[in-house]
Write a protein that binds this ligand. Structure first.
Ligand SMILES: Cc1ncc(C[n+]2csc(CCOP(=O)(O)OP(=O)(O)O)c2C)c(N)n1
Ligand code: SF4
Ligand SMILES: [Mg+2]
Length: 300
């Protein structure tokens, strides 16, 4: 722990390394974190990722799930680091392959709540193929995609969600590739629960994640976040607090969006937050697979 943190907390070095014995027990949320391990996080101070982690823990709590009933699967990236800090079954795998590992796990353990935690690059660039096919299959996995519009961990290369014209280390003159709309892509590919919110709207994220994890099929929650360290700096968007405030100012609830005229909807540039799609009539993949096997076995 660095000297200034020790000083601020008036701690000796040995006290900082070993938290008081009841420190974690005081909080339900903290008990879902890995005790005495992996802290502080690798995340930059002010990053929205901590908000997403809190929302995910509260969602799992709301559903009354035991730690052992949940598996968190991630690839590589700042977002993908999240399972390292949480006390569930966890898989920290290779970049872009979270959904491939999650699919294998769900087939082996259909009763388990499997949550794939991915950044926009992880989910939609190298992992884009897995994303559309997991949705097409409607396999019972929750895809939590933290969209910060950039490759944060590797220093700010543009991703499939970087807006047109924005600067990245690999787009010094501005990005000319149109961004993928994550939720619309998921819907078109067959996901049966799709919702979007932002890290400013933490309680909304709790709610959508709770519903997504409860869904018996492929569910997607896009958590719009920011990366002040790369994207924000390159595009002169200010501090983490400025970027957080921009999410508040530049987003609109779906209920308000639905009341706009078609022209106003067409002209809207704000992030639409809400449950964008839910379909409870499609059977989940592992159930369908099991049924198919039983039918085949009984017929021979
Ligand atoms: C196969 C492979 N290709 C590339 C990389 C380098 N790499 C690590 S993280 C990352 C992108 C991270 O961006 P994103 O998924 O959006 O996550 P963020 O860091 O923004 O949360 C890349 C390209 C890698 N680790 N493995
Ligand atoms: S590099 Fe960006 S995404 Fe990664 S922890 Fe820092 S602010 Fe967050
Ligand atoms: Mg990213």
């Amino acid at each position: 722990m660095t000297d200034h943190i020790l000083e601020a907390h008036d701690l000796e070095n040995h006290e900082a390394l070993i938290p008081p014995s009841n420190w974690f027990e005081r909080s339900e949320t903290l008990q879902k974190l890995r005790k005495n391990k992996k802290f502080p996080t690798i995340w930059c101070a002010g990053c929205g990722l901590g908000v997403v982690m809190g929302a995910l823990i509260r969602a799992i709590d709301h559903l009354g799930l035991k730690n052992d009933d949940v598996a968190l699967v991630a690839g590589i990236g700042c977002t993908a680091r999240m399972p390292v800090y949480m006390d569930f079954n966890t898989l920290h795998t290779t970049h872009g392959r979270a959904l491939a590992f999650a699919t294998g796990l769900k087939i082996a353990r259909p009763g388990m709540k499997v949550i794939a935690i991915m950044g926009d690059g992880d989910a939609l660039a190298i992992g884009g193929n897995h994303f559309i096919h997991a949705a097409r299959r409607n396999i019972g996995i929750t895809a939590l995609v933290v969209n910060n519009s950039i490759y944060g961990m590797t220093g700010g290369q543009y991703s499939p969600t970087t807006p047109l014209g924005k600067v990245a280390t690999t787009a010094p003159y501005g990005n000319v590739e149109p961004p993928f709309p994550i939720c619309e892509l998921a819907m078109a590919a067959g996901a049966t629960y799709v919702a979007r919110s932002t890290v400013y709207h933490a309680l909304e994220l709790d709610k959508f994640l709770t519903e997504a994890i409860a869904q018996d099929g492929f569910s997607v929650v896009e958590a719009v976040s920011y990366c002040h360290t790369t994207y924000g700096r390159l595009n002169r968007l200010g501090t983490a607090a400025d970027m957080m405030r921009a999410l508040k100012d530049n987003s609109i609830a779906k209920s308000a969006y639905d009341k706009l005229s078609p022209d106003e909807q067409h002209a809207n540039t704000k992030i639409v937050r809400g449950v964008l799609h839910q379909n409870n009539t499609r059977m989940e993949y592992t159930r369908m697979y099991e049924q198919q096997i039983l039918t085949r076995v009984q017929s021979v």
